[in-house]
Ligand binder design. Structure first.
Ligand SMILES: [Fe+2]
Ligand SMILES: [Fe+2]
Length: 260
């Protein structure tokens, strides 16, 4: 923000604000405040923490989804797949890669937080496995299986009973096998990532701040923004926030005042 030139992402955030105003704007004002104290260029810690904001919103989506699966309530189509894809693309393949490639090695080279980093790395791997599970079990609009007993029913039996006799009715299949797996994986994901992100926000990122020179810090910020632009295009962060907001609206959890 030095020389009055905000970075591209900040420019974007200044220009937007309509859709997710309640969430993005407060972050914006803190960004603006934080930027005054930082060197020119992006602030990598602010970027990482803002990405945690996206993660936390998806955790709320996961929680709502798991609750509805437990209650056997209907879910809007595609919200499971859409939210898990945001986690895969934005958190696993982008945010966590930045941590693993740019943050962890710097701290390890400085001999800091090795035990914590080992746990965080293991949790990233566990998170990826949970996302695989969620997407693996995700099955859009399943066609109901044709009753298998019908094929085995002899024609004579059909004539006698005029249909399926009660005794031949198959045992009710456990309807929520895959759904149970999805709900359970989502709960495990929420349980792990809440403390994970909180520990990074309060311990890991401040430690990065303490070892990096202002110049290195600035270069890292620019690097993060370049990577983001490469992967998600101009205004990529805003688009991800919009996608999260769309899912929240479908689930009826977008309105922030409901949490008051
Ligand atoms: Fe992490
Ligand atoms: Fe993180």
């Amino acid at each position: 923000m030095e020389n009055g030139k905000p970075t591209s992402r900040r420019r974007f955030l200044c220009l937007t604000g309509g859709l997710a105003a309640g969430v993005v704007l407060p972050a914006l004002s803190s960004t603006a405040r934080g930027a005054q104290t930082e060197a020119a260029g992006g602030n990598p810690v602010e970027d990482l923490m803002r990405e945690h904001g996206v993660l936390r919103r998806v955790l709320l989506i996961y929680e709502e989804t798991a609750n509805r699966l437990d209650r056997k309530e209907a879910l809007p189509p595609d919200t499971i797949e859409a939210s898990a894809h945001i986690i895969r693309r934005f958190i696993h393949d982008y945010h966590e890669k930045l941590e693993e490639e740019e943050v962890f090695p710097r701290l390890q080279n400085a001999g800091k937080l090795n035990d914590l980093i080992a746990i965080l790395t293991a949790q990233h791997q566990a998170g990826r496995r949970l996302t695989d599970t969620i997407l693996q079990y995700y099955q859009p609009a399943q066609e109901p299986e044709p009753p298998k007993h019908k094929e085995k029913m002899p024609a004579a039996m059909d004539q006698i009973y005029g249909g399926t006799p009660l005794i031949f009715k198959p045992k009710k299949r456990k309807p929520s096998g895959p759904k149970y797996e999805v709900g359970s994986a989502m709960r495990q994901f929420v349980r792990m990532y809440r403390p994970h992100a909180a520990r990074e926000d309060t311990v890991l990122f401040p430690a990065l701040h303490s070892i990096a020179s202002p110049r290195e810090f600035q270069a890292l910020g620019e690097k993060f923004e370049d990577r983001e632009r490469q992967l998600f295009g101009a205004g990529g962060f805003g688009k991800i926030v919009d996608s999260v907001a769309d899912i929240e609206k479908k689930l009826g959890i977008y309105d922030l005042s409901q949490y008051t």
